[in-house]
Design a protein around this ligand. Structure first.
Ligand code: CA
Length: 239
């Protein structure tokens, strides 16, 4: 069997039960797992062990998780997945805007957690080695196809005739498929740093996109709403 390189994951979580659960679960999935219980040790381990992915609880005993994000982003793009309590929607959006890559809400299931980690690791590899969309000019998920060269989106082969702004939103989410994008990040990316931070305009566009794209706009299968945070484009499982 070919030698595979095991990805190293750092878990930063002060709840001993969740910490132990994550260690067991991720070790069983063949990841190399490092765990710490506070922010001070986290920063040391990040610097000395260079993990491939970081799972970060925002509420730590000695510092706020966002301090870790700011500090880490000063020198590395290692993916950071925030673990947060359900009640902290504003914190989630803030963490993403500070440079976290994704988040998962407690209590979470193993399947969801592993999918988030795979997406985070895949995006790192994609950025470093090969950009699938860059190679083919196309993003596909189930029946949806975004053709970046032709600026066209089809569902089951049919052009769904998006307006230019709708296309730009879908194209952007496709490039970040599998990961959440905050409202703020989308607005900034599409309309520049001085864009009005008005989520309403996005919601109006999204309603129209869904009417054209989804079989049932109330139960979307391509673009999901992350309540209070942003949107996430579906990603096809490749294993
Ligand atoms: Ca905590």
């Amino acid at each position: 069997m070919a030698q595979t390189i095991r990805n190293k994951i750092l878990v930063i979580e002060d709840d001993p039960g969740i910490n132990a659960f994550l260690r067991t679960t991720l070790t069983a999935e063949n990841y190399d797992v490092l765990t710490v219980l506070d922010g001070k040790n986290a920063l040391q381990v990040i610097a000395s062990h260079c993990p491939d992915c970081i799972l970060l609880d925002l509420g730590l005993p000695d510092m706020d998780g966002s301090e870790i994000i700011r500090s880490v982003r000063g020198w590395t793009q290692t993916p950071i997945i925030v673990i947060s309590a359900r009640s902290m929607e504003n914190d989630k959006a803030a963490a993403l805007d500070q440079g976290a890559d994704d988040y998962i809400t407690k209590p979470f299931g193993v399947v969801e957690l592993l999918a988030r980690i795979r997406a985070a690791l895949r995006h790192t590899c994609t950025m470093a080695e090969k950009d699938e969309i860059g190679l083919t000019g196309v993003y596909r998920v189930y029946g949806l196809e975004i053709n970046y060269r032709k600026h066209r989106v089809t569902v089951n082969g049919e052009d769904i005739r998006l307006t230019p702004n709708e296309y730009r939103i879908v194209a952007l989410l496709g490039k970040h498929a599998g990961r959440v994008m905050t409202y703020k990040a989308i607005l900034r990316e599409l309309w520049g740093p001085s864009a009005a931070m008005d989520n309403k305009i996005l919601r109006v566009h999204m309603a129209s996109i869904r009417r054209k794209m989804e079989v049932n706009p109330n139960e979307p299968q391509y673009i999901f709403t992350e309540v209070g945070v942003g949107y996430r484009m579906a990603e096809e499982e490749d294993e």
